[in-house]
Design a protein around this ligand. Structure first.
Ligand SMILES: [Zn+2]
Length: 273
C-alpha cells in the first residue's frame, strides 16, 4: 500500500521556540541552504509524486525552487508564511497568514493549493477553531494534528489515522502525523529529528505495523534534516540534540526509506476519502 511522504519546505533558521534562532528581521540576511538540500531530496524522490508543505517566506525568496518542485510532479501545499505557532497567532492573524500563503503558492504553481500543515503541529485541543478557518479558506485537507502530547501542540487521544472531520464549515480530511507508543509515551518516529534519532530498522518495522492495520504511515522531512553543513545555532540542550543528531547519515537513511516503501502525495490520498 502507499504511504504518505511530505517535505516541510523551510530553511535551517526556521525553528520555533528557542532564543538562539535568528528573528524574522534577520532571515533575509541569513545564508540560505534550502535550495541545495531540496535539490538532493528531489533527486532521491525522482519518479515519485509527493507533497511539499511550503513556507510562504521561502516560496517568495526561492520562486524557481517552487516551480521546479511543481514541474517534477509534486504537490505544493501550505505551511503558513512566517512559521509561527497557530495558537500564538489567534484566529484573525491565522486566517490572514494562510490566505496570504495560499495565494503566493497558487500564483507560483498555477495550481490550487488544497492542503495545510501547521508549523510545529501547533493545533491543540483548544485551537480547533483553526480547522474551521482552514476549511473556510478553501483547503480540503489538513495535516496539523499530532495525536499525543508534545512541547508545542498535540492532542492526546486524537484518532491517529486519516479521517474526515465533520466541521461547521463542512468536511475536512485530517491526516495526523504517524506516532508510536514508547515507554508509555506517544512519540513521533518517522519525521524530522525523530527519523534521525530512531534506527532505520525500528522505523521500517513501525511503518509495516501501521500498514498491517491497512493505514498509511504519514512521514515528514525537512531539507535541513539531511544537511550536515548547516550553520550551528547555540540551541538549548534538548533542541540541539533533536536538531543536529544523526545529520551525517540522514541522507543515506532517507534514501533507503524512500526505496523501501511505496509513496503518494496527500492531495491524491485525501481525494479518495
Ligand atoms: Zn515547519
Amino acid at each position: 500500500m502507499n504511504n504518505l511522504l511530505s517535505v516541510d519546505l523551510e530553511d535551517w533558521y526556521h525553528f520555533i521556540g528557542d532564543p538562539a534562532v535568528p528573528v524574522y528581521e534577520e532571515w533575509v540576511n541569513s545564508e540560505s541552504r534550502v535550495e541545495e538540500s531540496t535539490d538532493i531530496l528531489l533527486e532521491i524522490l525522482e519518479g515519485l509524486s509527493i507533497t511539499f508543505f511550503v513556507l510562504g517566506f521561502t516560496a517568495e525568496h526561492h520562486p524557481g525552487l517552487i516551480k521546479r518542485i511543481t514541474s517534477l510532479g509534486h504537490e505544493v501545499a501550505c505551511h503558513g508564511y512566517r512559521h509561527e505557532f497557530v495558537f500564538e497567532m489567534g484566529p484573525e492573524a491565522f486566517r490572514k497568514d494562510i490566505a496570504r500563503t495560499k495565494a503566493i503558492l497558487e500564483d507560483l504553481t498555477g495550481q490550487p493549493c488544497v492542503g495545510y500543515r501547521a508549523p510545529g503541529f501547533s493545533i491543540r485541543k483548544q485551537d480547533l477553531w483553526a480547522l474551521e478557518v482552514i476549511k473556510e479558506e478553501g483547503f480540503t485537507y489538513d495535516s496539523s494534528i499530532f495525536p499525543g502530547i508534545r512541547t508545542a501542540g498535540g492532542i492526546s487521544g486524537f484518532y491517529p489515522y486519516p479521517q474526515v472531520l465533520r466541521l461547521e464549515a463542512g468536511p475536512l480530511v485530517e491526516i495526523p502525523v504517524s506516532t508510536t507508543r514508547l515507554l508509555g509515551i506517544t512519540t513521533a518516529f518517522c519525521g524530522g529529528g525523530f527519523s534521525r534519532f530512531f534506527p532505520g530498522s525500528y522505523i521500517h518495522k513501525k511503518i509495516k505495523k501501521i500498514n498491517s492495520r491497512n493505514q498509511p504511515a504519514v512521514v515528514y522531512i525537512h531539507p535541513r534534516d539531511i544537511d550536515p553543513h548547516q550553520p550551528r545555532m547555540e540551541l538549548k540542550y534538548f533542541n540541539r540534540f533533536i536538531y543536529y543528531y544523526g545529520l551525517k547519515k540522514a541522507e543515506e537513511k532517507f534514501r533507503h526509506l524512500v526505496s523501501s516503501f511505496a509513496w503518494e502525495g496527500f492531495c491524491v490520498f485525501a481525494s479518495r476519502f
